[in-house]
Design a protein around this ligand. Sequence first.
Ligand code: SAH
Ligand code: SF4
Length: 339
Amino acid sequence: MQKINLLGLTLEQLKLKFLEHGLCALDAKRVFPWIHTKLAFSFDIMSDVPLAVRKILKNNYTLARPKCSVLQKSSDGTQKALLEMEDGNSVESVFIPDARRTTVCISTQIGCAVGCKFCHSGTQRFIRNLSSSEIISQIFFWKAEKSITNIVFMGMGEPLLNFENLSNVLSLLLNKKAHNFSRHKITISTSGIIEKAITNLAKFGVKLAISLHASSDEKRSFLMPINNRYPIKMLLAAAEEYRKSSNTSCVTFEYLLLRDFNDTEIDALELARLLKSCNCKVNLIMYNNWPGAPFFGSDENRANEFSRTLLSHNIRTLLRKSKGIDILAACGQLKGKST
Ligand code: SAH
Ligand code: SF4
């Protein structure tokens, strides 16, 4: 019989699972902090849990984390781990330190069904959702050695197409008696699965980033087929609704700078016009190349000009410098291995 991994279960789910094996709610209450605050690797060290209970735990459950098959370190301090799941599939997960914070970038799916033209993960066929244990185990992996201040769900996959498992993970990350992250330190990036964001994600109050990447539907649909279902007008309305219902200060739009495709002065002016009455921020992203990529990134001058144009139209803009490029650990460069 396959053992159940407990890492991704909320306290309520743990209690229910334990009942199935004749354990009680108090056992769950004792075990829960061992898992999430003491990051216990084994049931043996759970000193306040009776021995007989520990035996049942060992027979039925596991706290196993994925094995790291490759760990790459970039010259800028970024690290990328290829983490192997039990079924042999792997995902990549990234640790990004800078002067003020340490951020981990988490994957939610193996492959991605959305199929954006510019994205390395998108070229990999969708295999399956990661379970909540597999998602949060990436945090456990990095936490074992480092302290983490911020979490971004910008790794492989579309987080809002794996909402149930994401939701479990967010509950655990925000729970004061578990990982106790502030909602302001967690960002979910989506290609625009907006009804899920508004109806379900907003209650967590975490930050939302929407991958916009173009200011016309024609261009956005070319880059991201999902735009046919969720066109730009819908995204803008959803962003405003999310801001209100999640009580966050504003939504971020991510805009990938693709050379001669969406990075000209005219593109910048169009974007400024599109967003002028929108309470939002823009993160300009330098394109990270990968073998066989169909686009080139903008050069630095063009990117700076684009940023200046937006700023001069009072759009809050950040030109994000990518990290970990030399180890293909930057946004959109991740690609796991599937069996
Ligand atoms: N699926 C989600 C989250 C993962 S991708 C989403 O699409 O938002 C995280 C961010 O990386 C997105 O903004 C995505 O558009 C961007 N991205 C994808 N490929 C990239 C690349 N090659 N270079 C830079 N950013 C990329
Ligand atoms: Fe999927 Fe996001 Fe990549 Fe698009 S950019 S293919 S949604 S991971």
